[in-house]
Write a protein that binds this ligand. Structure first.
Ligand SMILES: Nc1ncnc2c1ncn2[C@@H]1O[C@H](COP(=O)(O)OP(=O)(O)O)[C@@H](O)[C@H]1O
Ligand SMILES: O=P(O)(O)OC[C@H]1O[C@](O)(CO)[C@@H](O)[C@@H]1O
Ligand SMILES: [Mg+2]
Length: 462
């Protein structure tokens, strides 16, 4: 795999990222910690709350129920917490093992800057000091500000505002094979992954502030691509009477502004949105303005559930069959008129695009290859600090289901209608003892989208 070729291309590329960055306070869960939580709240109470399936964490039992549910299924998930009074409960129950930069913007900014991109412009409407100082110390990592009515790109680490709050998410990393008892049932965690308690502080607004907005057309011209995420942080209501629609309309306008002077390609990184109405709106209103979207296996099921395909959604969630993911992917691509859709799952990564896509299947596979090497590097080392680190990821073998996955994929291609589409997969390079798993999907998507753009540029079609 010629990842060196991509790294060379990246040196000439600039990307703009918005909107979310936060601190990830990570807890590496141990069996006894889970057991203690269940014993504290009682197995029956936990089971009952799992059935009720709270979509936000308003009290500790909501957390325990959703965590145990995530452990049972082994699926990645994130649940919002609006009530800041719960912070003290969490802090008295857990010691955080590490604090790292989080949020799609935070994770992707550091990754791309360390891969020596020409320029990475990272925007987040709030940027406290502690937050800014989690950005890597690189001159190619910039934050947009306005000085003398002109756009001024400042080194991201130095662009903080003292008074801005710092948003802390709690991340619970769990590992395959962990066992615990829920009443009479012995549960074994089927896959490694993470459960996120996403804090939603009162001050949080997902938007481009009015000072920067007029410069979005210029930024769109300056960069080779845009990665947007964070829509999951939009709330239904705000104290000043504004609603989700207000911020969604602004978000739509942001994309139009970025594309105004030049049709710059926009990737949206999807994340778990518990509120079904908001989820549907993001899919129906934001996706059609994007060129590319990335998501994980739980998220494709969540999306299909709200756009009218609940049975297919359940099948993907429960059986994770590759042909169902292909079917679901085709539906999302067509209904939201995307150029390309990328789905990352524990065993494989997939691109679905139209047969008219200028890239060949081989080229598309090489883009996914780069993505899985990046993820394997991050999983092995904790961070990708330089392009040379990729030699580590390249040595990680494909997962043991890799050959089976390829076979099932070829079978699916024969069985379902794929004429009119180009669909490619690559097995993941799964690291057995990952440093952490949070952010591996963001890493995959950033690598896939950037290398996709690099290939289009090489061909002279972008
Ligand atoms: N141990 C591992 N080694 C390499 N890649 C992994 C490992 N665990 C997970 N991955 C990859 O990371 C992806 C996680 O994506 P996602 O759920 O979107 O995470 P996040 O949103 O936290 O970035 C999985 O789909 C898989 O492809
Ligand atoms: O929804 P939020 O609060 O912006 O958080 C996004 C979460 O997703 C991640 O970016 C991983 O994809 C975490 O680092 C972060 O905690
Ligand atoms: Mg993700």
């Amino acid at each position: 795999m010629d990842w060196q070729g991509f790294v060379k291309d990246f040196k000439e590329m600039a990307l703009y990222l918005a909107y979310n960055t936060n601190v990830d306070a990570i807890v590496y869960l141990k069996e006894d910690m889970v057991q203690r939580l269940i014993d504290e709240f009682g197995a029956e109470g936990v089971k009952k709350r799992i059935e009720e399936y709270p979509r936000q964490i308003d009290e500790p039992l909501d957390f325990v129920a959703r965590l145990v549910h995530a452990l049972k299924t082994g699926k990645p998930n994130a649940v919002p917490m609006f009530n800041q009074e719960l912070n003290s409960w969490f802090d008295s129950h857990f010691k955080y093992d590490v604090e790292r930069i989080g949020g799609q913007v935070g994770i992707i900014a550091n990754l791309l800057a360390n891969l020596n991109f020409k320029q990475v412009i990272a925007y987040s409407p709030i940027l406290g000091k502690k937050q800014a100082e989690m950005f890597v110390d690189r001159n190619n990592l910039l934050y947009p500000t306005v000085e003398h009515e002109m756009l001024a790109l400042k080194k991201a680490r130095e662009a903080y505002r003292e008074s801005d709050p710092v948003k802390v998410n709690r991340i619970f990393e769990f590992r395959k094979g962990m066992k615990f008892k829920l009443g009479g049932d012995l549960i074994e965690v089927p896959h490694s992954g993470r459960f996120i308690v996403s804090s939603r502080p009162d001050e949080l607004r997902i938007e481009t502030k009015d000072d920067i907005r007029p410069f979005l057309p210029k930024i769109g011209e300056m960069v080779d691509g845009v990665i947007l995420s964070g829509y999951q942080g939009i709330k239904k209501f705000y104290p000043d009477g504004k609603t989700a629609d207000y911020y969604l309309n602004r978000a739509k306008r942001d994309i139009e502004l970025l594309k105004r002077n030049r049709d710059v390609k926009v990737h949206v990184e999807f994340a778990s949105i518990q509120d079904k109405e908001l989820r549907k709106k993001v899919v129906r209103e934001i996706f059609p303005l994007a060129d590319s979207v990335g998501m994980d296996e739980a998220e494709i099921a969540h999306i299909l559930n709200v756009i009218g395909y609940p049975e297919l959604s359940d099948r993907i969630f429960n059986y994770n069959r590759i042909e169902d993911v292909v079917l679901g992917g085709k539906i999302i691509l067509d209904e939201t008129n995307l150029e390309i859709l990328q789905i990352h799952t524990i065993y494989y990564i997939m691109y679905i695009t139209r047969s008219s896509n200028p890239l060949s299947e081989k080229e598309l596979r090489s883009s996914l290859e780069l993505a899985t090497i990046l993820a394997a590097t991050r999983a092995s080392l904790g961070d990708v600090k330089s392009p040379q680190d990729l030699t580590v990821g390249q040595k990680v073998p494909y997962n043991e289901q890799g050959e089976y996955v390829k076979l099932r994929f070829e079978e699916a291609r024969r069985r379902i209608r794929t004429r009119g589409y180009k669909i490619v997969i690559t097995p993941t390079r799964l690291v057995k003892q990952p440093v952490s798993t949070v952010g591996l999907g963001d890493t995959i998507s950033a690598g896939a989208f950037s290398s996709y753009l690099a290939l289009l540029k090489r061909k002279g079609v972008y």
